[in-house]
Write a protein that binds this ligand. Structure first.
Ligand code: CTP
Ligand code: MG
Length: 225
């Protein structure tokens, strides 16, 4: 069975605020995108990689990574995933993995692919929520405390049966707005497909804010010390 990894890397990185697209920000000497691509390849369970990047950076990225397919992303994350999916070679399994989860351990790729190959149509790593979660009204007054027991904070890589994911994206093209889906499992859920959660990994955290970038830099230096 073959596996393709799609890496959406076309976001602007507004919350990081580094003045350039987030995947191209330096993380301990290499771009976040470089770390993400090398992490996927090192897992040994992926046969081909497709990147979606900002349109003005397509040529630069093509020259940087000769062994991957590079396409222009879109306005929403789901547009970038769709573009990568359209350019992907045929496969049994598709992984979708945020470039911003640059430190994801190889074992997580292995575990997600294994679970899809074992028969789950959609597999997502997730961690229990540790904080107490409150709902609030627009004025900032607490309206309730959410039971965190059944909650999971989900990560990538998310793994899918290829034909099922392509069908889910085709259905999206005919109906709802992709902006409502911040991950691919959400799109699949909307199609009524069961999504399996497997244990996530703290190192698969998403670099979103300057704090996350500092943490990732420190963790990489510790790893190589
Ligand atoms: N992404 C993408 N295309 C978009 C938006 C996001 O390929 N139009 C990618 C990002 O590059 C990132 C992943 O989806 O690897 C997760 O998105 P997020 O962490 O939200 O990244 P950004 O959208 O870049 O950040 P922000 O929301 O702070 O602007
Ligand atoms: Mg975003």
């Amino acid at each position: 069975m073959s596996t393709v990894a799609l890496i959406p890397a076309a976001g602007r990185g507004e919350r990081l605020g580094a003045g350039l697209p987030k995947a191209f920000v330096d993380l301990a000497g290499h771009s976040m995108l470089h770390h993400a691509v090398r992490g996927v390849q090192a897992s040994g369970v992926v046969d081909a990689v497709v990147l979606s990047v900002p349109i003005d950076l397509v040529d630069q990225v093509r020259s940087q990574f000769s062994e991957v397919i590079v396409v222009a992303g879109g306005a929403e994350r789901s547009d970038s995933v769709r573009a990568a999916l359209s350019a992907a070679p045929p496969s049994d399994v598709v992984l979708v993995h945020d470039a911003a989860r640059a430190l994801t351990p190889q074992t997580l790729f292995v575990d997600v692919v294994a679970a899809v190959m074992a028969g789950a149509p959609a597999v997502v790593p997730g961690l229990p929520v540790v904080d107490t979660i409150k709902s609030v009204d627009p004025a900032g007054t607490v309206t309730g405390t959410v039971d965190r027991g059944p909650l999971r904070a989900v990560q990538t890589p998310q793994g899918f049966d290829s034909a099922m994911l392509s069908a889910a994206y085709a259905a999206l093209a005919h109906s709802a707005d992709g902006a409502q889906f911040t991950d691919d499992a959400g799109l699949v859920e909307a199609q009524g497909i069961p999504v399996r959660i497997i244990p996530g990994d703290p190192m698969a955290f998403k670099i979103t804010t300057p704090w996350d970038l500092q943490l990732a830099t420190w963790l990489l230096h510790e790893r190589t010390r």
